[in-house]
Design a protein around this ligand. Sequence first.
Ligand code: ATP
Ligand code: MG
Length: 457
Amino acid sequence: MKPVYYPAADFGFDRSRVSAAALDVAQGLQDAGYDGYLVGGCVRDLLLGMTPKDFDVTTNATPEQVRKVFRRARIIGRRFRLVHVRYGREVIEVATYRAAPQGAKKNGWLPWNGRGKKSGSGPRTTEDGRLLDDNVYGTLEDDALRRDFTINALYYDPVEEQLVDFLGGVRDIDARCIRLIGKPAERFAEDPVRMLRVLRFKAKLDLEPERGLMKAVHKQRELLAGVPSARLFDEVLKLFHHAHGVASWRELRENGFSAILFPRTEACLEGPDGETMESMIVSALENTDRRISQDKPVIPAYLFAVLLWRPFQDRLGVSGDEIVHNERIWQAGDAVFAEQCRQVAVPRRVSSPAIEIWHMQFNLERRRPKSIEPLLASKRFRAAYDFLALRASIGEVPQETVDWWTRIQDLDADGRRQMVQQMSGGGGNEGGGPKRRRRRPRRRPRGARPAADRGAG
Ligand code: ATP
Ligand code: MG
């Protein structure tokens, strides 16, 4: 298959927005006698007039050869062997051309017959056709064919300043179309995450999938259940932590993927309280999108605390004003995350602070004088307070409780003491809520340590 070459500048490709480090790596490879192209998301984003979040380079040099060209280069990865070339804080990832599975080479995409065994020179797969590794090197053409979408299979040569296009990606960018390379049945079976990528690029880039693609995604969505849960955790963060979380959420729900990724959440969404919960999730995601656009920090724990809040409440099964003990909270939290981990492996360093955010809700609501200072000093206070405000927005807690915390956090020690005194002088919690029962003597139960002591890593 012959590629088409386009002068990049003619297609709105703004070279001044390319990272100098990436240009240097591609140029350095070419100077050493190898190929050196920018590829993938960075080329796509620049052609769409967006700012890429990172830059990938591809070459015909093996990882060992690449390492010899650059002083600050390191080979990483096992499943995908790559070279990282470091420029100060920036890292440019260099990958050697990889081959597509067997049968994909000639004539575009032919039926794939390499299932379940290591066949010929193709990569290894599972019985159902899922790729196990992808370290079979190939030509530039092979490399283009094994990529997911035509818009992700464009190469930019910084020396010739031209685009190399085997599959019509330039035309598809122009038409703002997501076109899969090859047949959905095969490509989604090889790697079901590609379906999530369709949804993500649709949400992120506002592109239109080619005809029939969404139908195929919908039809094959159950394949996602076979993807290792650790990889799905990474994909979930890409969906929700890149300023297009609301759009991603809508895509997941409309296409039946929320039921696969977050079955408990989905079950609650379909219950009587579903609409309220949906509005809570959307409002949290809107807020997260805004924070990311403003370069403010966001934490995955908050995302999961929001998504799993109702499942957690259901599991806890608390009614009315009952006092809940720490141990019960942590047990219910752990159980909810253990169940969630079957689909999406949420690491302990994320689930622990999420449970802590939940745990703090009870204390933020109760406002026992002795717990005020520790709560304000907690490193989770900000997230727990935001979560409280989110709950108030759906009427789950009185807005005045949130306002109280809004006021007290800005006061000095004296001011805080006064507020606490006013509250306890007024007969317990402010706002005339129902009287609390006396708490049993406090004993720290096993398994109820805060995240800070839990070896979160
Ligand atoms: P993003 O903006 O999220 O970084 P991206 O397209 O750069 O989007 P990456 O995950 O960084 O996504 O992957 C870089 C490139 O590798 C893609 O553009 C695509 O060509 C290829 N690629 C990534 N994931 C897959 C996959 N699952 N199947 C086939 N090709 C893939
Ligand atoms: Mg990328």
